[in-house]
Ligand binder design. Sequence first.
Ligand code: NAP
Length: 471
Amino acid sequence: MPPIPYRPPAGGERITRREGTLIVPDHPIIPFIEGDGTGPDIWRASVRVLDAAVAQAYGGRRRIAWMEVLAGEKAFREMGTWLPDETVEAFRSYLVGIKGPLTTPVGEGFRSLNVELRKVLDLYVCLRPVRYFRGVPSPVREPYKIDVVIFRENTEDIYAGIEFEEGTPEMERFRNLLRENFPADYAKIRFPASAGMGLKPISREGSERLIRAAIVYALGHKRRSITLVHKGNIMKFTEGAFRNWGYALAEREFRERTYTWAEWNRTKESRGEAVANAEQAAALAQGRLLIKDAIADVTFQQLLTRPDEFDVIAAANLNGDYLSDAVAAQVGGIGIAPGGNINYETGHAVFEATHGTAPKYANLDQVNPGSLILSGQMMLRYLGWDEAADLVIAGMERAIAARTVTYDFARLMRGAHEVKCSQFGDEIIRHMTGAKKAAAPPRAPARRAARAATPKTTRSKSVRPKKRTRR
Ligand code: NAP
C-alpha cells in the first residue's frame, strides 16, 4: 500500500525552537491522532472546545491549524502499518502534537504504540497534573486537598522491555550468563529453573534530566516542594540511586534555590536536629524549594491520608505509572486525567488522553472527553497560550459545578444531568463564554482550600524527614 503523504494545512506555520525557547506562530500547525475506539468521539468534542477557547481568548488573531496524522487501526486500514514513519516524522518535524487513545496491536514488534512514540521521540517526561474540580465524585473525604504534578520518567526502568520468557532458549542463555558471571546473585534466585526474568535499567542521565525538569517546573510555578519517590530501601542501585542523584543534582545545579533533605541529614549528623530544623526553616522562609523523598509504598498511603503534603512528585517509570492513576482515581478517575509526554531539551511534546480506547463505548458519543480536553489545555499552556488554557479550565469547572456531566460522573453524583460526550463539550464552551475575566489560575482554588483546611502544625511537621523502616 503506498504511503499517504500528509499535507500541511493552508495558512499554518511550523512551531520552531530557538535558544531553548519555543517560537509559536499565531497559526501553528499541530498534528493530531484522533485515536481508536472512543478516540474519534472524544477528539470531535475536544477540538471544538480547544478552538473555541483560542478564538475567545485571542479574538480570532490566533488559530490552530490542525493536521491529521494516522496511527493505530485507521493507519493500519489506510496505510498498512500501525505507526507509519510519516506520522513519527510529523511529530518530529512539527514539535508539538496531541493524540487520542490507541489500540495496542497484538503480535507486533513493539509493545504499545504509545510507548513506541515516546521512545522514538525520546519524550522522557510524562507530565501528569492531578487536581480537583469542585463537584466531581470522589471516594475520599477531602479531594480538594489534591493538587499534585507528577513527573514520571518515561524511557527507562522496566519499560525498557528487556525480559526473558521462562522455558525459552533466550532465558537459558541469560540464566547461564548469570550463573557463570554472577554466581552469588544467581544463588539468590529462589526457583531459577522456572523463572522468567526482566531488567530494570535506571541511569544517572535519565534520572537527572527528569529531576532537573521537575525542579525547573517547580521553581517556575512557585511550587513548595518536590518529593523524589522511590523504593531505594530494597533496590539501592536503581531506585535508591534515583534519589541520591536527585539530591546531588539539586545541590549542584540549584544550590541557591533549593534545600534538600540530604542537607538536613548532614546538618543533623554534625550539629544536631534542632540546628537542622532551624536551617531548613530559614531556607524555606527565603522561598527555597524543598527537595525531599519518600518510599513508594508510604507515598501511596500518605497521598490518601495527607495529600496536601505532596506538591510536585518526581518518580521513576513504574512508580510514576502507578502513582498517576492512583491519585487521579481520587479526583474523578481516568475520564478526566490528562497527560503530556515531553522532551524539554528538543521541545518535542505529545499530549494525550491517559485512558485507553474503551472499545465497548466506541461511536456511542457517550464517554467523558475530559482527559483529552485537559490534555489539550496542557498543550495550550505549553505553547504559552495561558489565556486560552484558563478558559478551558473555567468552562470545565463551571460545567461540572452545574452537574451537566457524562455517564461516568452522573452514575456517582446526586442530581446530575447526564449528557453525551459531544454535549459535555458544548457545555464547556457555553460556560466559557464570558468567563475570560473570571478564568483564575487553575490551581488557586484547590490550593487555597487546602491551605485553609490544613492545621499549621501538620504543615510544618511535613517538611521533616520521617524515620524509615526497611520493608
Ligand atoms: P480503557 O480503554 O481505559 O477502558 C477501561 C474502562 O475505563 C472503561 O470500560 C470505562 O469504564 C473507563 N473509561 C475509559 N475511558 C473513559 C472515558 N473517556 N470516560 C469514562 N470512562 C472511561 O482500558 P482497556 O479496556 O483496558 O483498554 C482498551 C484498549 O486501549 C487496549 O487496546 C489497550 O491497550 C488500549 N490502551 C491505550 C492507551 C493509550 O492509548 N494511551 C492507554 C491504555 C490502554 P466503565 O466501563 O466502568 O464505564
